[in-house]
Design a protein around this ligand. Structure first.
Ligand code: HEC
Length: 141
């Protein structure tokens, strides 16, 4: 009886807002192939110039990073980088450059590339859920 009530509550709480023009992104996660490898490659270059003085790949693919960001939406990570990084000069990259770096971060975390470019639009990034739970066996060593 209790369980039935709980289930009913969950169903009612499901988001019903699905706009036609954005339906392709709905239900997407970082595992859905949401960036291209070309984006990640460019992101790698930017990262080397603007981020690697303070960070290594280990910062962004560590268990702490994974548990901190998993379950959030990509817009939050994007916004964090955009507003806080690079630490000594926040917001100094263009929106497109932050997107490329974000693609590289996803690659560092073993997320698959795909045919579709990662957008810079925060509204679109809001629809992609971060799912970094490790599939460590498949990561290159
Ligand atoms: C001058 C040093 C410095 C530079 C350059 C820098 N960062 Fe950071 N970054 C930090 C520090 C320090 C933190 C820890 C949080 C804080 O103190 O604000 C951090 C935290 C982060 C986090 C959060 C990590 C977590 O575990 O949640 C991300 C993501 C990040 N940086 C991305 C970047 C990116 C992308 C760039 C390049 C565009 C960059 N940082 C450049 C110093 C730097």
């Amino acid at each position: 009886m209790m369980l039935r009530l709980l289930l009913a509550g969950c169903i009612i709480a499901l988001p019903v807002e699905v706009k036609a023009q954005t339906a392709t992104l709905t239900g997407r996660t970082t595992r859905s192939g949401i960036y291209t490898s070309a984006q990640a490659d460019k992101g790698h270059e930017i990262y080397s110039l603007s981020c690697s003085s303070c960070h290594s790949a280990a910062t962004h693919a560590s268990p702490a990073f994974v548990s901190k960001w998993s379950g959030h939406v990509l817009a939050e990570l994007y916004q964090y980088m955009n507003q806080e990084m690079p630490k000594e000069n926040p917001g100094s990259l263009s929106p497109k450059e932050y997107t490329l770096v974000l693609a590289y971060l996803l690659k560092m975390n073993g997320m698959p590339a795909g045919p579709m470019e990662l957008p810079s639009d925060p509204v679109e990034l809001q629809k992609i859920r971060i799912d970094l739970k490790p599939v460590r066996d498949s990561l290159p060593r």
